[in-house]
Design a protein around this ligand. Structure first.
Ligand code: NAP
Length: 252
């Protein structure tokens, strides 16, 4: 049994990870801005798995001081944290140079600087504990620079994957690397609030339950990185990375 902190746990992948981790016997620390949603998920888990412990807290990941406070408060409440899932994110965006700086900046701040704060706070805790598992939720869009509304989003997702890779490289061959693990997940299209508008427009979309099952399984195996669900995304990953532009533009 682990104690797992999930950010962005009020909806979509974060909420479903909470449900599936609770079903697998783990205790949870859940945070997001919409605390009424967190309380609903906590009540749902209490009904299905009364033996599970679920702590909730309000957190806006753009309030960086609050990120450190909330993470440390969860440690005080639960005694330890075994895993931190850096999941909170949003997908707003506009083609660069078309007046959409506000949306692009909000995405950059939330998905990258917010994730940096969460990663700093998690690593501070793991270094003190000399143990822990950092999980970063990137995206298949990190595989390649993408056009239009996706440009900033894809850049943030590549950036967070590099944060994780940097930490993994630092830990490699050191004693701390034996007890602190780092996982990066690259989800494809998984039904959630974020891609409400996309649903129905791509045959590659999978249900929240199915997509998150693949995520939870990869996290429990502590893999270094995984495309989720594995099919078709692990096959498409090298194609997206290396396809010449004319082919790439037909694929996306
Ligand atoms: N669904 C997909 O197909 C897909 C694919 C690739 C990657 N991802 C990634 O998966 C993660 C979860 O996305 P999702 O699809 O589950 O989206 P979602 O349904 O829109 O949920 C996003 C979550 O992030 C939280 N969040 C957003 N801004 C926040 C902020 N400033 N502070 C704290 N929490 C914040 C939201 O909570 P509040 O609004 O309550 O704060 C919500 O719980 C994101 O990082 C996303 O980029 C998703």
């Amino acid at each position: 049994m682990s104690k797992i902190l999930i950010t962005g746990a009020s909806a979509g992948l974060g909420a479903e990870m909470a449900r599936q981790f609770a079903a697998r016997g783990h205790d949870l620390a859940l945070c997001a801005r919409r605390t009424e949603r967190l309380e609903e998920i906590k009540a749902e888990i209490a009904e299905r798995h009364p033996e599970r412990r679920v702590e909730v807290a309000a957190l806006d990941v753009n309030d960086h001081d609050q990120v450190f406070e909330v993470f440390h408060d969860f440690v005080a409440r639960l005694g330890t944290l075994d895993k931190v899932v850096v999941n909170a994110g949003l997908g707003k965006g506009a083609p660069l140079g078309t007046g959409g700086f506000a949306a692009n900046k909000e995405t950059a701040m939330t998905n990258f600087v917010g994730a940096l704060a969460q990663t700093e706070a998690a690593m501070e805790i793991f270094r003190a504990q000399q143990a822990g598992h950092l999980v970063i939720i990137s995206s298949m869009s990190a595989m390649r620079g993408l056009p239009k509304t996706m440009t900033t989003y894809a850049a943030t997702k590549a950036a967070v994957a590099h944060l994780a890779e940097g930490i993994r490289t630092e830990l490699h061959g050191r004693p701390l690397g034996k007890t602190v693990k780092v996982t990066v997940l690259y989800p494809g299209y998984i039904a959630s609030e974020m891609n409400d508008g996309v649903e129905g427009s791509t045959p590659l979309m999978v249900s929240t339950e199915k997509g998150v099952r693949a995520m939870v399984s990869a996290i429990e195996k502590q893999v270094a990185d995984a495309c989720v669900p594995p099919l078709p995304w692990s096959v498409l990953a090298p194609v997206l990375k290396h396809a010449p532009l004319p082919l790439l533009k037909r694929l996306i």
